[in-house]
Design a protein around this ligand. Sequence first.
Ligand code: ZN
Length: 331
Amino acid sequence: MMSEYIAGVDIGGTKIIATIADVTGIKSRVYQQTRLHGDNFTIPKQVYALIQLAAENAQIQYDEIKSVGVSTCSPFLRNGIYKEIVAPNLCGGLTNSGRLPNDWQSIALEEFLCNLYSHVIVENDCVASVVAEKLFGAGKFIDNLVYVTWSTGIGAGIYADGKLIRGKNGNAPHFGHIFIAEDGPQCGCGNYGDLEALSSGSAIARDYNVSSAKIVFDDYRHGNEKAIAIIKRAARNFARGLASLNAMVDTEYISLGGSVMNDSDILLPMIHEEFYKSFQVLSHNVIIEKSALFQYIADIAALALVMPASWIEQWRTYSPWLESPKMIKLD
Ligand SMILES: [Zn+2]
């Protein structure tokens, strides 16, 4: 019998990772900086090349890959049946900032891949992550689950009543862009005073006038009063965002990931305090924890989108993501 392989592709503003897996685990992982020059098929072509390289590296025939899951920064717009990526950190044509070396308005990745593979799923990275949580993390036995990433940006994925929430263009929920303050700093999306503008890792760094939120957390640990005030305010706004999200979807469990949660020992008590102060009938029995899959979730999110149902039990039993092969880094 021919082996069955799937590919997962994780697309961010700075890097793309292609992963090949079979029922026993991850076979190969290839990493390359996101190509942002050229025409707007640059990224689709790069994705295709990286899947080929990952397959070669896993010593499998390229045509043995039938399914491709893509976990990407977004949002999306719909062009006929296909979603196109219209992410401001990939498509230079969406803003006139001159920050990116291209003038792309959108990236037709889904259509491109559907012409090459028989099964393709493209989702927002947080939506893909909540699928991984549902299969292999906190969501295994519950039907109402939220995954939230707190990183340079803020995003979320939701299962409600056992159903993955996508929305008309696959953009539900763009959690970082809910309004929190009447005015306030501007977000990369253009909003003023939304959650990402107030609480993201970038916002924490901006408020402290440094390049990385990590520096603010280090100074917090040394008792710096300004760092403490900034982090407390960010955590309070973040927790109020979670309370708003819970008010809408009445969830059971909120799993937190993302680089800012590396300092979860500082943040979780603050989040809990503020969250459980909100309307208690709704908030009191919601569990909020750091994701048990924390450092692995990006590795398996894209794969989870297309993983055959017959693999799930074996993956749950052996947690093969714990023993992924070393990442191959390309120029
Ligand atoms: Zn925003």
